[in-house]
Ligand binder design. Structure first.
Ligand code: FCB
Length: 434
């Protein structure tokens, strides 16, 4: 474990933690179903056969979790509002209480409006879902906008498109490969319409949480370089270019449905800050004749790229390589790519899965990434905040309860919470930055 103090971050820098509704709330029988409930009910879709029906039971224990936030001393708490729960009796009251309690703890509530739990029956392949989303966002803003200043529209539309609609390893479980692109367009449109709805409700601090990963070519060979370039477009530019530049990367706009030019004006509604979720770089090679995989993701043959393990770095329990410098690299790349079109950045997720309560490996991961973030700031990237994923061990999507990302351990049999060594470490870091 590194013992040097972390360098000082700029005054006003926001230290936070993140969670999402489906992964922690439980109380599935007290809300409408989402696509994730339907997906997890299908045999073989979740590694340990589990569901999020109970998860951390945060819905009934949120007071205890808010007390953990208060004790941790974070400035901000990123959670998500479940769209299916907002449509259910008791749901709006729950988020009212949660926001009240978070505020009373002196913590800024930062709700994400969509973190993958689409109401069952809605479908991102349908354009209409974007309009329905904007209506729901207006309802949430009307309910919480008197206490919530900072909003996140969508979480990782890239992963939701790739894993949920192209490869079928997440809900809704479609394997459409490139025919999944309309789901990307409709999520982007939903984002733009949500920004307009939030502005109409008076919001002045709006962002999105996009995943980014440096796409490292497997070798300097031309075929590997081309494949990595293509992967970079799909993962890093498909969502950022329309948002920040008002256009799709070359060749992709033609594959999108509808009047793309008019939609792009909505999609490019200015945001106040840009959220980046970073976990690890990805090593990409030329297409292969068999499926390839790395870091828990497998891609079929027939795509214009293959995935290769990143070598020479330690890996987390998930098999994700630990490369703090990748965070500096991706932030300086974003700044160089988008220049003054890139608003201030907030790291909306960063973290790792490891077993154990004396989690020195998590401390080492977080310490390295916080330092790498400081280097990006020193290199001139305007970064305003950092959120650890996650407050609690939780339902890690297709991996069920087999991956533990929390600063707080959750015993899923008793639902007992136990702060880990990394919780104490993060608390000290935040205190030292005051
Ligand atoms: C991100 C998701 C988040 C969590 C982490 C580990 O892709 O946004 O919900 O699952 O990965």
């Amino acid at each position: 474990m590194a013992t040097n103090p972390v360098p000082r971050f700029p005054a006003g820098f926001l230290w936070g933690v993140s969670t999402s509704a489906h992964q922690i709330e439980g109380a599935a029988d007290e809300r409408e179903p989402s696509v994730w409930d339907a997906f997890t009910a299908r045999p073989g879709r979740v590694r340990d056969g589990s569901t999020a029906a109970v998860a951390c039971d945060h819905y009934h224990r949120h007071r205890e979790d808010v007390a953990l936030l208060a004790e941790l001393g974070v400035d901000a708490y990123r959670f998500s509002v479940s769209w299916p729960r907002m449509r259910s009796k008791g749901g709006p009251d729950f988020y009212d209480r949660l926001v009240d309690d978070v505020c009373a703890a002196g913590v800024r509530p930062v709700p994400t409006l969509f973190h993958w739990d689409l109401p069952l029956g809605l479908d991102w392949l349908q354009r209409d879902t974007a309009e329905r989303f904007a209506e729901y966002v207006s309802n949430v803003a009307a309910r919480l906008g008197d206490r919530v200043a900072t909003w996140i529209t969508l979480n990782e539309p890239a992963e939701h498109t790739l894993l949920g609609h192209a490869l079928g390893v997440h809900a809704p479980g479609r394997r459409l490969l490139f025919d999944a692109l309309p789901a990307a367009h409709h999520q982007l449109l939903a984002h733009g319409l949500a920004v307009r709805a939030l502005r109409a409700a008076g919001a002045t601090d709006i962002g999105i949480a996009n995943s980014h990963t440096p796409a490292w070519p497997a070798s300097p060979d031309r075929a590997d370089m081309e494949a990595a370039g293509f992967y970079d477009v799909l993962l890093n530019r498909l969502f950022a270019d329309p948002l920040l530049l008002g256009r799709y990367p070359e060749g992709l706009g033609e594959l999108m449905p509808g009047d793309v030019r008019a939609d792009l004006r909505v999609i490019a509604e200015p945001v106040d800050w840009y959220g980046v979720n970073y976990y690890a770089p990805t090593r990409v090679g030329a297409p292969q004749e068999t499926e390839t995989g790395a870091g828990g993701v497998t891609v079929p043959a027939g795509l214009p790229f293959s995935l290769r393990p990143v070598e020479g770095h330690p890996v987390t329990d998930f098999g994700w390589p630990v490369v703090p410098a990748g965070l500096t690299e991706l932030l300086t790349t974003l700044r160089d790519r988008y220049g003054d079109r890139l608003p201030p950045v907030v790291i909306t997720e960063n973290g790792c899965s490891y077993e154990g309560i004396d989690d020195q490996d998590r401390i080492a991961y977080l310490d390295g990434h916080v330092r790498a973030l400081h280097e990006a700031i020193a290199a001139g990237v305007d970064v305003r905040g950092y959120f650890v994923w996650s407050l609690l061990d939780n339902f890690e999507w297709a991996e069920g309860y087999t991956r533990r990302f929390g600063l707080v351990h959750v015993d899923f049999a008793t639902l007992r919470r136990t702060p880990k060594a990394s919780y104490a470490w993060y608390r000290e870091l935040i205190l030292a930055q005051r």
